[in-house]
Design a protein around this ligand. Structure first.
Ligand SMILES: Cc1cc2nc3c(=O)[nH]c(=O)nc-3n(C[C@H](O)[C@H](O)[C@H](O)COP(=O)(O)OP(=O)(O)OC[C@H]3O[C@@H](n4cnc5c(N)ncnc54)[C@H](O)[C@@H]3O)c2cc1C
Length: 378
């Protein structure tokens, strides 16, 4: 157990693991096929205290520390699952908690904790992904409202979200990121259209969406924090978000190692288990080494984060290395499974597809390397 986790986290882990095993794993294939996780799952997670465990009891949360968020994501990965609980609980809701007005917090946070409100964050546009300076969605102040116009793409939880935090340009005279603001748009607001569900390579149970805002009028009080301060807010939260992506990749890599070891012991070829061939032993030894290095780096980083240290460079290193490592393991895991690895009924097949996203979402491998290089005084 990581040194920043305590006995109560261990107990919580047991409870959550059991919940995943009995209430999620048996249904997950159906959710993937349906391209959707049912609403009832979100509410059930809320009722059990698995959403936003860190939110203050004032808003219905458990007031827990980062350890609970860590345990949830770790267990989801170890179960071989990809669920968007963390994006909601630990990426989007923190923006509401930090920057929404007290009235809006009262209006939104309780629902976020109970699972009645599902959230999303929309920064990426068809012409602006890595380069947020290119965002063209606008929010123009008009009396007590903002009028939002623009298009967002690839938005996780997009089809199901009840509210979405949208990166908008609020000052057309200033170019780049200095004129970006974060504005909350609620589902059902006229002019907010969930235009289409995207057909993607993996992570099928997440209904990713293209969102359109056409003269969409929202109350001015839906602005998070101050106008034109989005970049500051994004930077303040980004390290935590990247740390969580690293954890997701790490726990999935551990799952792949477990599946591969298990298969290598059972599958017989040329009269013996394939795990007895030296080539496969070397491959499994390499996989186990990479997984151990990743976990050790990750847990050190979490400790540094909890100590309040600047982890920008090291979290960028971890984000690219661990997500690329996951993909190496996924490739090797399929190879060890032979033809069965190519079959959807084998978990490794799905994990191979799902893994591919993690070197792209939340900042690509190349952007992580740029961020590291920037701090090398080259
Ligand atoms: C399944 C999925 C879920 C997502 N969920 C969300 C979400 O919820 N909210 C959201 O806002 N976004 C989301 N995204 C978007 C994601 O964050 C972007 O796809 C990602 O940031 C990359 O942006 P892009 O796709 O525009 O690629 P681009 O920025 O066009 O990059 C294309 C390629 O060029 C490389 N590149 C770009 N700039 C440089 C450079 N300066 N130097 C070297 N190489 C460079 C990139 O690394 C990449 O390999 C999601 C994407 C996917 C696929």
């Amino acid at each position: 157990m990581a040194r920043f986790l305590a006995e109560e986290h261990r107990i919580f882990r047991e409870v959550f693991r059991r919940y995943l095993r009995t209430e999620v794993v048996p249904h997950f294939k159906a959710w993937e096929d349906e391209r959707r996780v049912p609403r009832s799952f979100w509410r059930d997670c809320g009722a059990q205290g698995f959403l936003c465990p860190w939110v203050s009891p004032e808003y219905g949360g458990g007031g827990g520390d980062f350890g609970y968020s860590y345990v949830i994501l770790d267990e989801v990965g170890h179960a071989g699952l990809t669920l968007n609980l963390t994006l909601h609980s630990d990426v989007v809701v923190p923006y509401l908690d930090s920057y929404a007005t007290p009235e809006k917090k009262r209006e939104w946070l309780t629902g976020c904790v109970s699972g009645d409100i599902i959230t999303a964050i929309a920064m990426t546009e068809p012409g602006a992904g890595s380069d947020l300076q290119a965002v063209t969605t606008t929010a123009v102040r008009d009396g007590d409202s903002y009028v939002v116009n623009g298009q967002k793409i690839f938005i996780t939880n997009g089809m199901d979200c009840d509210l979405v935090v949208v990166a908008c340009r609020t000052d057309n005279k200033v170019a780049g990121i200095k004129s970006l603001s974060l504005i909350v748009v609620e589902a059902g607001t006229p002019g907010f259209v969930k235009a289409r569900q995207l057909d993607k390579m993996g992570m099928h149970s997440d209904p990713n969406a293209e969102l359109v805002f056409a003269d969409c009028r929202v109350p001015a009080s839906n602005l998070l924090g101050e106008e034109n301060a989005a970049f500051k807010y994004l930077m303040a939260h980004l390290q935590r978000e990247r740390l969580l992506i690293v954890l997701q990749a790490q726990s999935l890599a551990e799952r792949i190692l477990e599946l591969s070891l298990d298969y290598a012991k059972k599958r017989v070829a040329f009269g013996r288990p394939i795990g007895l061939f030296q080539h496969n032993q070397f491959k499994l030894a390499e996989m186990a080494t990479e997984v151990a290095l990743g976990r050790s780096f990750l847990d050190d980083l979490v400790q540094e984060f909890l100590d309040g240290n600047d982890i920008v460079t090291r979290v960028s290193m971890a984000k690219w290395w661990v997500t690329e490592m996951l993909n190496r393991l996924a490739y090797q895991g399929v190879q060890l499974h032979g033809g069965y690895g190519y079959m959807e009924e084998f978990e490794i097949c799905r994990l191979y597809r799902d893994a591919r996203l993690l070197t792209i979402g939340g900042g690509t491998t190349e952007i992580m390397k740029l961020s590291i290089a920037k701090r090398m005084a080259l």
